[in-house]
Design a binder for this molecule. Structure first.
Ligand code: SF4
Length: 213
């Protein structure tokens, strides 16, 4: 089976399994999504969702963050890890949003990735969730599962993004990514994937290789 046909089948199965899949970060504005996504690096979305209500209650706008010191932000995000880098990134990101983008969150990859602490993963998420643009959000679950399924043999996020963009219809790209992440959390875990319970086993190269005939 060619990869495009396999991607179609996998996407259909995931849609049946997780029709309501969506971004698991809580946010009420583009800025909040950007900041929550920055906080989610090396941290769980669950943890981020615990700290952001108090953070966003204290700092309500890009100006509030831009005028804050790292010492003021750190107590709110401490439990997310890498709090010094994250607080600096958030403050500097907001300064740039104000000084170069008139306080608006950019709507294109180049400008988004020019913001401190914003990589392609975050940019793709914002482009999809806020601006409805196609994009492949490559996180650790996405790398692992698409590799096990046999769509690629790399761990390079940018290469994976390009490969999967060609296989998944643009209008379904964001949803597909959310569905893959849920499948990674529930079934295709990093250690001891639950292959016996997995609806994707007939499309999976890892399963074929590791399961006796
Ligand atoms: S069959 Fe196993 S390795 Fe393949 S996608 Fe399912 S859980 Fe992951």
């Amino acid at each position: 089976m060619d990869k495009k046909s396999k991607a179609k089948i996998v996407a259909e199965k995931l849609q049946k399994l997780y029709p309501e899949a969506d971004c698991s970060l809580d946010f009420y504005s583009p800025l909040q999504l950007l900041i929550a996504t920055r906080l989610s690096a090396q941290c769980t979305d669950e943890r981020v969702n615990k700290v952001t209500p108090a953070l966003f209650e204290k700092f309500k706008s890009a100006e509030d963050f831009a005028n804050a010191s790292p010492e003021e932000v750190v107590p709110y995000i401490h439990s997310c890890g890498f709090f010094r880098t994250k607080s600096n990134d958030i403050i500097n990101m907001c300064k740039k949003i104000i000084s170069e983008f008139g306080g608006e969150i950019p709507d294109n990859m180049e400008d988004l990735t020019s913001l401190p602490g914003v990589g392609r993963k975050t940019a793709n998420l914002v482009l999809g969730m806020i601006y409805g643009k196609p994009g492949i959000v490559v996180d650790t679950h996405f790398i692992r599962i698409t590799k096990r399924l046999g769509f690629h043999g790399t761990e390079n996020a940018e290469k994976i993004e390009k490969i999967m963009l060609k296989l998944i219809p643009p209008e379904n790209s964001q949803k597909f990514c959310h569905q893959v992440v849920i499948h990674g959390r529930n079934i295709c875990k990093a250690i001891k994937p639950k292959c016996g319970e997995c609806a994707l086993s007939s499309e999976c190269e890892y399963y074929k290789k590791h399961t006796p005939a």
